[in-house]
Write a new protein. Structure first.
Length: 71
């Protein structure tokens, strides 16, 4: 198998994984919690929660870059 087809396969697999993860994240964010009353709003996100989420995403990207460098 030549190098171009390996890269193309990697891109397709990465795109599929990203699409599945993105759809799952969108579903989780769009569905409302079941234990709220009809006129009740969910708690707002705090700055520390957003910072934690951002740092987790950065760790994921760093680990993917480590995998890319090893292959």
């Amino acid at each position: 198998m030549d190098n171009d087809s390996t890269k193309q396969r990697g891109l397709v697999i990465g795109a599929l994984i990203g699409a599945i993860l993105g759809a799952g994240a969108a579903y989780l964010l769009m569905t409302a919690p079941a234990n709220l009353e009809e006129d009740e709003e969910p708690d707002a996100l705090t700055g520390s929660e957003l910072l934690s989420l951002t740092s987790a995403a950065a760790v994921l990207v760093r680990k993917l870059d480590d995998i890319r460098r090893r292959t």
